[in-house]
Design a protein around this ligand. Structure first.
Ligand code: ADP
Ligand code: GLC
Length: 473
């Protein structure tokens, strides 16, 4: 079985969120299970790319409407990631430092997909499956089944994984001429809501689509930023597979990014040592429960609720709880969170920005991790926090619902709440403050959480099973 993963992100080459984590790990676990899985990524002018060795294995040109230009395919030569990594480089479009937010993002990801197909046409042996992740690779199924230029590829099975249905990659119809030699009468397969919608097109044209948790699969038919009817119509093609975590990287016993390594047996002392250091770093006292938030500061994550919720909590529990935030995103939320430091400097701090190593130190040192997400297709933070013995406090939605069992239930280990609003956050953290007082219960929860197995092995096997079943479609 040969599979090619296409994605905008892949840790440690380029990561903004969980998409990077998944594409950096799933192929490695698939390789270990005997599947030949490779990753093809846009080229970024970033640290990993600068510091590692690549060879050019293919060169040609792409034609994208009026844009005609050369591209190269580079392969990483040392197999550092546990799977072959390939980068597509196009001067001016795919050679820049950032992953997202360029004004020509449509052209950027379209050029990536066209260059990939131009390269693929030259393969001696075609892959069995092309696995697209999110909308950035969403036009691949349409192009290989409905462009005369890629007819030779039309037998390849396509799978789409939806990590986040909120973002769909909308492109105006005036850019239709950028798509090479397409069957224009099939244009409806590109469309949703009066524009070219790469995510919707992928759902329509792929053989199977997956979502990163079973609950999110259900939610898409009632809440998917306009695609609800599409998901109802295509439901027979949908499968929910929960994400795993890369336990080589996320392992408190060996993690080089944390100061004190620990196991399930030494978690109490280990976490206390990490807590002491992170509290020192952020000028907090370590004798109070430490509640952390890590993530993108956007409405989807419920981050806009945090400034008011933190204010209420720190007024309610004067000097009895500490809160630490790591994140970046919408300016207004960043400012709202930064402004609180002067009012609550003894019990609150924030790091605005993206900091991978700091996130590890916080997972290791915090007692609780809060995720008040409005939408959470899977969520990896709660899985990392479980692995590091940090009690997750989550809103019951998507993957959070599928992975966190409330402590009031049998063998429960987390705190769940129903509504994404300020009062529910305050109530949930209040439960955490009470639980923290019971040292024995905290120890029991830690060992329960750390015994859970969310490694990729199981989920990678489910994807392989899905690929194998494609043959019979
Ligand atoms: P999403 O992909 O929607 O952002 P996930 O929970 O799937 O959410 O994954 C988020 C990933 O990004 C996790 O690995 C988390 O630790 C990381 N992360 C998010 N924000 C930051 C940040 N500011 N600094 C470091 N890591 C971050
Ligand atoms: C998305 C989702 C997140 C998920 C991640 C990886 O960014 O927002 O919930 O964990 O993708 O699949």
């Amino acid at each position: 079985m040969n599979v090619i993963h296409l994605s905008a992100e892949c840790y440690p080459v380029a990561k903004v969120g969980g998409l990077g984590d998944v594409v950096g790990a799933l192929p490695k676990y698939q390789q270990a299970a005997g599947v030949s899985a490779i990753v093809v990524l846009p080229y970024y002018d970033r640290k990993f790319v600068k510091e590692n060795d690549f060879e050019v294995i293919f060169e040609s040109n792409i034609v994208m409407g009026p844009f005609i230009g050369p591209f190269q395919v580079l392969r990483e030569t040392t197999n550092k990631l546990g799977f072959p990594l390939h980068l597509i480089k196009i001067p001016g479009l795919l050679d820049r430092p950032e992953i997202y937010c360029y004004p020509d993002e449509s052209e950027q990801f379209l050029a990536y997909q066209i260059a990939f197909l131009e390269w693929l046409k030259n393969f001696e042996v075609l892959p069995d499956v092309i696995h697209s992740h999110d909308h950035h690779a969403g036009l691949i199924p349409f192009l290989i089944y409905h462009s005369s230029r890629y007819k030779s590829l039309s037998q390849i099975a396509t799978v789409l994984t939806i990590h986040n249905g909120q973002y769909q990659g909308w492109i105006g119809w005036e850019k239709l001429n950028l798509l090479p030699d397409i069957d224009v009468w099939e244009g409806k397969l590109l469309e949703w809501g009066d524009c070219i919608n790469p995510l919707a097109s992928a759902v329509k044209c792929c053989w199977k689509y997956t979502t990163v948790s079973p609950s999110y699969l259900e939610e898409l038919s009632t809440n998917s930023n306009g695609l609800e009817k599409l998901f109802i119509a295509e439901a027979a093609k949908g499968v929910g597979i929960i994400n795993g975590i890369d336990t080589d990287i996320w392992n408190p016993e060996t993690d080089p990014m944390i100061s004190a390594n620990y196991t399930i047996e030494t978690a109490t002392e280990g976490k206390a040592a990490n807590k002491k250091l992170i509290c020192q770093e952020f000028f907090l006292e370590d004798d109070k429960p430490l509640v952390a938030f890590i993530g993108r500061l956007v409405g989807e994550k419920g981050a806009d609720l945090l400034p008011e919720a933190i204010t209420k909590l720190l007024l309610k529990y004067k000097n009895k709880v500490n809160i630490l935030i790591l994140g970046s995103g919408e300016k207004e939320i960043e400012e709202g969170l930064a402004n609180l430091t002067s009012t609550f400097k003894e019990n609150y701090n924030v790091f605005i920005g993206y900091h991978e190593a700091l996130s590890h130190r916080i997972y290791a040192g915090a007692d609780f991790l809060i995720m008040p997400s409005r939408v959470e297709p899977c969520g990896l933070n709660q899985l990392y926090s479980l692995r590091y013995g940090t009690v997750p406090i989550v809103r019951s939605t998507g993957g959070l619902k599928d992975t966190v069992v409330d402590i009031t239930e049998e063998n429960g280990y987390g705190i769940r709440f129903e509504e994404a609003d300020v009062d529910s956050i305050v109530a949930a953290v209040s439960r955490a403050v009470e639980i923290y007082k019971n040292t024995t219960q905290m120890q029991l929860l830690r060992s329960r959480m750390m015994s859970l197995n969310y490694s990729w092995h199981q989920s990678a096997a489910q994807y392989i099973n899905l690929y194998n079943n494609l043959k019979s479609l």
